[in-house]
Design a protein around this ligand. Structure first.
Ligand code: SAM
Ligand code: SF4
Length: 372
Protein backbone atom coordinates (compact mmCIF):
# COMPACT_ATOMS: atom_id res chain seq x y z
CA UNK A 1 0.00 0.00 0.00
CA UNK A 2 1.31 3.45 -0.84
CA UNK A 3 1.45 6.22 1.70
CA UNK A 4 -1.23 8.02 -0.24
CA UNK A 5 -3.67 5.13 -0.05
CA UNK A 6 -2.72 4.62 3.57
CA UNK A 7 -3.72 8.21 4.21
CA UNK A 8 -7.13 7.77 2.71
CA UNK A 9 -7.81 4.30 4.14
CA UNK A 10 -8.69 5.00 7.76
CA UNK A 11 -11.26 7.76 7.22
CA UNK A 12 -14.14 5.86 8.68
CA UNK A 13 -17.59 6.12 10.01
CA UNK A 14 -20.18 7.34 7.53
CA UNK A 15 -21.88 3.97 7.00
CA UNK A 16 -22.85 0.95 9.08
CA UNK A 17 -21.41 -0.40 11.32
CA UNK A 18 -20.05 3.04 12.07
CA UNK A 19 -23.52 4.48 12.62
CA UNK A 20 -24.13 2.45 15.77
CA UNK A 21 -24.56 4.55 18.86
CA UNK A 22 -22.56 3.49 21.90
CA UNK A 23 -25.76 2.52 23.70
CA UNK A 24 -26.42 -0.02 20.92
CA UNK A 25 -22.99 -1.55 21.18
CA UNK A 26 -23.96 -4.38 23.48
CA UNK A 27 -22.61 -7.88 23.44
CA UNK A 28 -24.16 -10.19 20.91
CA UNK A 29 -23.85 -13.93 21.50
CA UNK A 30 -20.82 -15.87 22.56
CA UNK A 31 -19.88 -17.61 19.30
CA UNK A 32 -16.50 -16.67 17.85
CA UNK A 33 -17.31 -15.62 14.30
CA UNK A 34 -14.90 -15.33 11.42
CA UNK A 35 -15.21 -11.81 10.13
CA UNK A 36 -13.91 -10.98 6.65
CA UNK A 37 -11.10 -8.40 6.26
CA UNK A 38 -12.48 -5.07 7.34
CA UNK A 39 -12.70 -2.23 4.83
CA UNK A 40 -12.19 0.19 7.72
CA UNK A 41 -8.80 -1.33 8.61
CA UNK A 42 -6.41 0.84 10.53
CA UNK A 43 -3.35 1.69 8.50
CA UNK A 44 -0.80 4.26 9.56
CA UNK A 45 1.38 6.63 7.59
CA UNK A 46 4.11 3.99 7.32
CA UNK A 47 1.52 1.68 5.71
CA UNK A 48 1.59 -0.58 8.76
CA UNK A 49 -1.71 -2.39 9.22
CA UNK A 50 -2.71 -2.29 12.88
CA UNK A 51 -4.76 -5.33 13.86
CA UNK A 52 -3.57 -6.16 17.35
CA UNK A 53 -4.87 -4.40 20.46
CA UNK A 54 -3.24 -4.69 23.88
CA UNK A 55 -5.67 -3.79 26.61
CA UNK A 56 -4.11 -2.97 29.95
CA UNK A 57 -6.87 -3.57 32.48
CA UNK A 58 -5.06 -2.31 35.56
CA UNK A 59 -1.87 -0.54 36.56
CA UNK A 60 -1.78 -2.47 39.85
CA UNK A 61 0.43 -5.48 40.44
CA UNK A 62 1.18 -8.04 43.12
CA UNK A 63 4.87 -8.15 42.07
CA UNK A 64 7.52 -5.43 41.96
CA UNK A 65 9.84 -6.66 39.22
CA UNK A 66 13.07 -4.73 39.37
CA UNK A 67 13.09 -4.05 35.61
CA UNK A 68 9.49 -2.83 35.62
CA UNK A 69 8.88 -0.66 38.66
CA UNK A 70 10.60 0.83 41.71
CA UNK A 71 10.95 -1.21 44.91
CA UNK A 72 8.23 0.78 46.66
CA UNK A 73 5.86 0.17 43.70
CA UNK A 74 4.65 2.57 41.07
CA UNK A 75 1.97 5.12 41.88
CA UNK A 76 -1.45 3.94 40.75
CA UNK A 77 -4.45 5.88 39.47
CA UNK A 78 -7.68 6.19 41.48
CA UNK A 79 -10.08 3.33 40.74
CA UNK A 80 -12.77 5.64 39.36
CA UNK A 81 -10.34 6.72 36.65
CA UNK A 82 -9.99 3.16 35.41
CA UNK A 83 -12.17 2.06 32.52
CA UNK A 84 -15.05 -0.07 33.78
CA UNK A 85 -15.87 -3.39 32.10
CA UNK A 86 -18.64 -1.96 29.91
CA UNK A 87 -16.32 0.80 28.72
CA UNK A 88 -13.55 -1.69 27.93
CA UNK A 89 -15.99 -3.93 26.07
CA UNK A 90 -17.45 -1.04 24.12
CA UNK A 91 -14.00 0.14 23.09
CA UNK A 92 -12.88 -3.33 22.04
CA UNK A 93 -16.00 -3.57 19.84
CA UNK A 94 -15.13 -0.25 18.23
CA UNK A 95 -11.56 -1.40 17.60
CA UNK A 96 -12.94 -4.60 16.05
CA UNK A 97 -15.10 -2.47 13.73
CA UNK A 98 -11.83 -0.87 12.65
CA UNK A 99 -10.17 -4.18 11.80
CA UNK A 100 -8.60 -5.29 15.08
CA UNK A 101 -8.67 -9.10 15.22
CA UNK A 102 -6.22 -9.94 18.02
CA UNK A 103 -6.74 -8.75 21.58
CA UNK A 104 -4.32 -9.27 24.45
CA UNK A 105 -5.26 -8.49 28.04
CA UNK A 106 -2.38 -7.24 30.11
CA UNK A 107 -1.62 -4.96 33.05
CA UNK A 108 -0.07 -4.27 35.64
CA UNK A 109 -1.09 -7.74 36.59
CA UNK A 110 -4.42 -8.48 34.87
CA UNK A 111 -5.34 -11.23 37.35
CA UNK A 112 -5.47 -8.76 40.25
CA UNK A 113 -8.32 -6.88 38.57
CA UNK A 114 -11.46 -7.91 40.42
CA UNK A 115 -13.81 -10.09 38.35
CA UNK A 116 -11.29 -10.46 35.53
CA UNK A 117 -12.96 -13.70 34.45
CA UNK A 118 -16.19 -11.81 33.75
CA UNK A 119 -14.33 -9.25 31.66
CA UNK A 120 -12.63 -12.02 29.67
CA UNK A 121 -16.06 -13.51 29.00
CA UNK A 122 -17.36 -10.15 27.78
CA UNK A 123 -14.45 -9.65 25.39
CA UNK A 124 -14.50 -13.25 24.18
CA UNK A 125 -18.16 -12.80 23.22
CA UNK A 126 -17.45 -9.93 20.83
CA UNK A 127 -17.90 -11.18 17.27
CA UNK A 128 -14.69 -10.54 15.34
CA UNK A 129 -12.26 -11.10 18.21
CA UNK A 130 -10.47 -14.02 16.64
CA UNK A 131 -7.57 -14.31 19.04
CA UNK A 132 -7.90 -13.51 22.73
CA UNK A 133 -4.85 -13.90 24.94
CA UNK A 134 -3.43 -12.64 28.22
CA UNK A 135 0.01 -11.76 29.56
CA UNK A 136 0.31 -12.54 33.26
CA UNK A 137 2.93 -13.10 35.91
CA UNK A 138 1.07 -16.36 36.65
CA UNK A 139 0.96 -15.86 40.42
CA UNK A 140 -2.84 -16.25 40.62
CA UNK A 141 -3.18 -18.62 37.71
CA UNK A 142 -3.50 -21.81 39.75
CA UNK A 143 -7.04 -20.83 40.76
CA UNK A 144 -7.97 -18.83 37.69
CA UNK A 145 -6.67 -20.85 34.73
CA UNK A 146 -9.75 -23.04 34.44
CA UNK A 147 -12.38 -20.28 34.75
CA UNK A 148 -10.39 -18.11 32.32
CA UNK A 149 -10.34 -20.92 29.80
CA UNK A 150 -14.05 -21.51 30.28
CA UNK A 151 -14.71 -17.80 29.80
CA UNK A 152 -13.09 -17.94 26.35
CA UNK A 153 -9.44 -17.01 26.87
CA UNK A 154 -7.48 -18.78 24.13
CA UNK A 155 -3.80 -18.33 24.98
CA UNK A 156 -1.51 -17.30 27.80
CA UNK A 157 1.91 -15.65 28.04
CA UNK A 158 3.44 -16.22 31.44
CA UNK A 159 6.44 -14.20 32.59
CA UNK A 160 9.20 -16.25 34.17
CA UNK A 161 12.73 -14.88 34.15
CA UNK A 162 14.53 -17.52 36.18
CA UNK A 163 14.05 -21.06 37.44
CA UNK A 164 15.92 -20.39 40.67
CA UNK A 165 13.47 -19.66 43.49
CA UNK A 166 15.80 -17.31 45.33
CA UNK A 167 16.68 -15.32 42.26
CA UNK A 168 13.03 -15.22 41.29
CA UNK A 169 12.18 -13.66 44.64
CA UNK A 170 14.95 -11.09 44.17
CA UNK A 171 14.03 -10.11 40.61
CA UNK A 172 10.28 -9.92 41.26
CA UNK A 173 10.77 -8.55 44.80
CA UNK A 174 7.62 -10.21 46.11
CA UNK A 175 7.10 -13.07 43.71
CA UNK A 176 6.98 -16.82 44.24
CA UNK A 177 8.41 -19.18 41.64
CA UNK A 178 6.45 -22.06 43.18
CA UNK A 179 3.17 -20.19 42.67
CA UNK A 180 4.00 -19.48 39.03
CA UNK A 181 4.93 -23.11 38.39
CA UNK A 182 1.62 -24.17 39.94
CA UNK A 183 -0.09 -21.64 37.70
CA UNK A 184 1.56 -23.10 34.61
CA UNK A 185 0.48 -26.60 35.61
CA UNK A 186 -3.07 -25.40 36.10
CA UNK A 187 -2.97 -23.73 32.67
CA UNK A 188 -1.88 -27.01 31.07
CA UNK A 189 -4.59 -28.90 32.94
CA UNK A 190 -7.21 -26.36 31.87
CA UNK A 191 -6.38 -27.07 28.24
CA UNK A 192 -4.28 -24.05 27.31
CA UNK A 193 -1.86 -24.85 24.50
CA UNK A 194 0.79 -22.76 22.73
CA UNK A 195 1.55 -21.12 26.08
CA UNK A 196 4.45 -18.71 25.82
CA UNK A 197 6.99 -18.04 28.52
CA UNK A 198 8.36 -14.48 28.58
CA UNK A 199 11.83 -13.99 30.06
CA UNK A 200 13.46 -10.58 30.22
CA UNK A 201 17.20 -11.09 29.82
CA UNK A 202 19.17 -9.42 32.58
CA UNK A 203 22.96 -9.41 32.53
CA UNK A 204 24.31 -10.75 35.78
CA UNK A 205 20.89 -11.97 36.92
CA UNK A 206 19.66 -14.68 34.58
CA UNK A 207 22.10 -14.68 31.65
CA UNK A 208 23.63 -17.93 32.90
CA UNK A 209 20.23 -19.62 32.71
CA UNK A 210 19.31 -19.15 29.09
CA UNK A 211 19.95 -22.76 28.11
CA UNK A 212 18.21 -24.03 31.26
CA UNK A 213 15.13 -21.94 30.44
CA UNK A 214 15.17 -23.32 26.90
CA UNK A 215 15.38 -26.89 28.24
CA UNK A 216 12.51 -26.22 30.64
CA UNK A 217 10.28 -24.77 27.91
CA UNK A 218 11.11 -27.57 25.50
CA UNK A 219 10.40 -30.29 28.05
CA UNK A 220 6.99 -28.83 28.84
CA UNK A 221 5.99 -27.89 25.31
CA UNK A 222 5.99 -24.13 25.84
CA UNK A 223 7.14 -21.48 23.39
CA UNK A 224 9.95 -19.44 24.92
CA UNK A 225 10.55 -15.75 24.26
CA UNK A 226 13.59 -13.88 25.42
CA UNK A 227 12.95 -10.16 25.67
CA UNK A 228 15.66 -7.54 25.57
CA UNK A 229 15.53 -5.29 28.60
CA UNK A 230 14.04 -1.94 27.56
CA UNK A 231 14.92 1.35 29.25
CA UNK A 232 11.40 1.81 30.59
CA UNK A 233 10.33 2.07 34.18
CA UNK A 234 13.91 2.25 35.28
CA UNK A 235 14.95 2.77 38.83
CA UNK A 236 18.65 3.22 38.16
CA UNK A 237 18.47 -0.45 37.26
CA UNK A 238 18.73 -0.23 33.48
CA UNK A 239 22.29 0.15 32.25
CA UNK A 240 25.23 -1.65 30.65
CA UNK A 241 25.53 -3.81 33.78
CA UNK A 242 22.01 -5.21 33.31
CA UNK A 243 21.37 -4.88 29.56
CA UNK A 244 22.32 -7.84 27.35
CA UNK A 245 21.80 -7.51 23.58
CA UNK A 246 19.79 -10.28 21.98
CA UNK A 247 22.72 -11.14 19.66
CA UNK A 248 24.56 -12.42 22.73
CA UNK A 249 21.50 -14.38 23.82
CA UNK A 250 21.44 -16.03 20.40
CA UNK A 251 25.15 -16.82 20.65
CA UNK A 252 24.79 -18.43 24.06
CA UNK A 253 21.80 -20.51 23.06
CA UNK A 254 23.55 -21.66 19.92
CA UNK A 255 26.12 -23.48 22.03
CA UNK A 256 23.46 -26.01 23.03
CA UNK A 257 20.70 -25.50 20.49
CA UNK A 258 20.83 -25.39 16.69
CA UNK A 259 18.74 -22.38 15.63
CA UNK A 260 16.93 -22.06 12.30
CA UNK A 261 14.91 -18.98 11.42
CA UNK A 262 11.24 -19.82 10.88
CA UNK A 263 9.18 -18.86 7.83
CA UNK A 264 7.31 -16.19 9.79
CA UNK A 265 10.59 -14.76 11.07
CA UNK A 266 10.28 -11.00 10.92
CA UNK A 267 7.39 -10.84 8.47
CA UNK A 268 5.27 -7.67 8.32
CA UNK A 269 2.22 -8.16 10.52
CA UNK A 270 3.93 -10.88 12.49
CA UNK A 271 4.82 -8.57 15.37
CA UNK A 272 8.17 -7.88 16.94
CA UNK A 273 9.36 -11.37 17.90
CA UNK A 274 11.69 -13.15 15.50
CA UNK A 275 10.91 -16.85 15.71
CA UNK A 276 13.37 -19.70 15.46
CA UNK A 277 13.15 -23.46 15.56
CA UNK A 278 15.66 -24.78 18.05
CA UNK A 279 16.92 -28.36 18.07
CA UNK A 280 19.04 -29.62 20.97
CA UNK A 281 22.48 -30.38 19.54
CA UNK A 282 22.98 -33.41 21.78
CA UNK A 283 19.46 -34.76 21.24
CA UNK A 284 17.69 -33.79 18.00
CA UNK A 285 14.42 -35.19 19.35
CA UNK A 286 14.27 -32.20 21.70
CA UNK A 287 12.88 -29.15 19.92
CA UNK A 288 11.68 -25.70 20.87
CA UNK A 289 9.96 -22.74 19.26
CA UNK A 290 11.95 -19.74 20.31
CA UNK A 291 11.10 -16.04 20.01
CA UNK A 292 13.75 -13.35 20.37
CA UNK A 293 12.55 -9.80 20.93
CA UNK A 294 15.27 -7.21 20.39
CA UNK A 295 13.41 -3.98 21.04
CA UNK A 296 16.55 -1.93 21.61
CA UNK A 297 19.44 -3.43 19.64
CA UNK A 298 17.56 -4.60 16.54
CA UNK A 299 14.71 -2.13 16.27
CA UNK A 300 11.63 -3.80 14.77
CA UNK A 301 9.28 -0.85 14.50
CA UNK A 302 8.64 -1.35 10.78
CA UNK A 303 6.91 -4.63 11.75
CA UNK A 304 4.74 -3.08 14.43
CA UNK A 305 1.10 -4.12 14.11
CA UNK A 306 -0.20 -3.02 17.48
CA UNK A 307 -1.93 -0.33 19.45
CA UNK A 308 -2.43 -0.07 23.19
CA UNK A 309 -5.29 0.95 25.44
CA UNK A 310 -4.21 2.12 28.88
CA UNK A 311 -6.12 1.27 32.07
CA UNK A 312 -7.57 4.79 32.07
CA UNK A 313 -8.62 4.60 28.43
CA UNK A 314 -5.81 6.52 26.78
CA UNK A 315 -4.92 5.39 23.29
CA UNK A 316 -1.23 4.64 23.14
CA UNK A 317 -0.08 4.47 19.54
CA UNK A 318 3.46 3.34 20.44
CA UNK A 319 5.04 1.74 23.50
CA UNK A 320 7.48 4.62 23.70
CA UNK A 321 5.05 7.54 23.52
CA UNK A 322 2.53 8.47 26.17
CA UNK A 323 -0.53 8.99 23.95
CA UNK A 324 -2.90 11.88 24.38
CA UNK A 325 -6.31 10.72 23.17
CA UNK A 326 -8.62 9.82 26.07
CA UNK A 327 -11.19 7.39 24.73
CA UNK A 328 -12.64 7.21 28.22
CA UNK A 329 -13.42 10.92 28.14
CA UNK A 330 -15.08 10.57 24.75
CA UNK A 331 -17.23 7.71 26.07
CA UNK A 332 -18.08 9.46 29.32
CA UNK A 333 -18.85 12.63 27.34
CA UNK A 334 -21.54 10.70 25.45
CA UNK A 335 -19.83 10.72 22.06
CA UNK A 336 -21.14 8.33 19.42
CA UNK A 337 -19.34 5.22 18.18
CA UNK A 338 -18.67 7.03 14.92
CA UNK A 339 -16.88 9.86 16.69
CA UNK A 340 -14.80 7.47 18.80
CA UNK A 341 -13.86 5.33 15.79
CA UNK A 342 -12.86 8.37 13.77
CA UNK A 343 -10.78 9.66 16.66
CA UNK A 344 -8.97 6.31 16.93
CA UNK A 345 -8.26 6.18 13.20
CA UNK A 346 -7.02 9.76 13.13
CA UNK A 347 -4.75 9.22 16.14
CA UNK A 348 -3.25 6.11 14.58
CA UNK A 349 -2.33 8.06 11.48
CA UNK A 350 0.04 9.88 13.80
CA UNK A 351 1.66 6.68 15.11
CA UNK A 352 5.36 7.42 15.24
CA UNK A 353 7.58 5.60 12.76
CA UNK A 354 9.70 4.09 15.51
CA UNK A 355 10.34 4.06 19.25
CA UNK A 356 12.55 6.64 20.87
CA UNK A 357 14.09 4.48 23.57
CA UNK A 358 17.06 6.47 24.58
CA UNK A 359 19.69 4.88 26.72
CA UNK A 360 20.80 8.28 27.96
CA UNK A 361 17.29 9.40 28.83
CA UNK A 362 15.28 6.33 29.83
CA UNK A 363 11.48 6.43 30.10
CA UNK A 364 10.61 6.77 33.76
CA UNK A 365 7.02 5.63 33.41
CA UNK A 366 6.68 2.13 34.81
CA UNK A 367 6.13 -0.71 32.31
CA UNK A 368 3.32 -1.84 34.61
CA UNK A 369 1.39 1.29 33.67
CA UNK A 370 1.93 0.61 29.96
CA UNK A 371 1.28 -3.11 29.82
CA UNK A 372 4.38 -4.27 27.96
N1 SAM B 1 2.20 -8.44 34.88
C1 SAM B 1 2.15 -9.17 33.67
C2 SAM B 1 3.46 -9.88 33.42
O1 SAM B 1 4.45 -9.59 34.09
O2 SAM B 1 3.47 -10.75 32.57
C3 SAM B 1 1.78 -8.32 32.48
C4 SAM B 1 2.35 -6.93 32.39
S1 SAM B 1 4.10 -6.86 32.13
C5 SAM B 1 4.37 -5.14 32.09
C6 SAM B 1 4.24 -7.39 30.46
C7 SAM B 1 5.60 -7.88 30.05
O3 SAM B 1 6.51 -6.78 30.06
C8 SAM B 1 6.20 -8.93 30.96
O4 SAM B 1 6.56 -10.07 30.20
C9 SAM B 1 7.43 -8.27 31.54
O5 SAM B 1 8.45 -9.18 31.76
C10 SAM B 1 7.76 -7.26 30.47
N2 SAM B 1 8.56 -6.11 30.95
C11 SAM B 1 8.34 -5.33 32.02
N3 SAM B 1 9.28 -4.35 32.12
C12 SAM B 1 10.11 -4.54 31.07
C13 SAM B 1 11.29 -3.87 30.59
N4 SAM B 1 11.77 -2.79 31.21
N5 SAM B 1 11.89 -4.34 29.48
C14 SAM B 1 11.40 -5.43 28.81
N6 SAM B 1 10.29 -6.08 29.20
C15 SAM B 1 9.66 -5.66 30.31
FE1 SF4 C 1 4.10 -6.65 37.73
FE2 SF4 C 1 4.42 -7.69 35.32
FE3 SF4 C 1 5.68 -5.42 36.02
FE4 SF4 C 1 6.45 -7.69 37.11
S1 SF4 C 1 6.56 -7.17 34.92
S2 SF4 C 1 6.06 -5.75 38.21
S3 SF4 C 1 4.57 -8.79 37.26
S4 SF4 C 1 3.53 -5.69 35.80
Amino acid sequence: MTIQSACSAPVVGSQPPAQLALSQLRLAGSARTTVPPNPFSLVDLQARRVEYLRVSVTDRCNYRCSYCMPAEGASVVPRLDLLNFDEITTLVRLFVDLGIRKVRITGGEPLVRRDIVRLVGQIAAIPGVQDLSMTTNGHLLADLAKPLRQAGLQRLNVSIDTLDAQRFAIVTRQGSLAAVLRGLQAADAAGFTHTKLNAVVLRGLNDDELVALADFASDRGYILRFIEYMPIGVDNFWGPETFLPIAQVREQLATAWQLTAQDDHGLPGGGPARYWTAVRRDNPARTLRLGLIAAVSEKFCQLCNRVRLSPTGTLRECLSTAGSLSLRDLLRGGQSGTVVRNAIAAALLGKVDGHRFDQAQPTLESMSAIGG
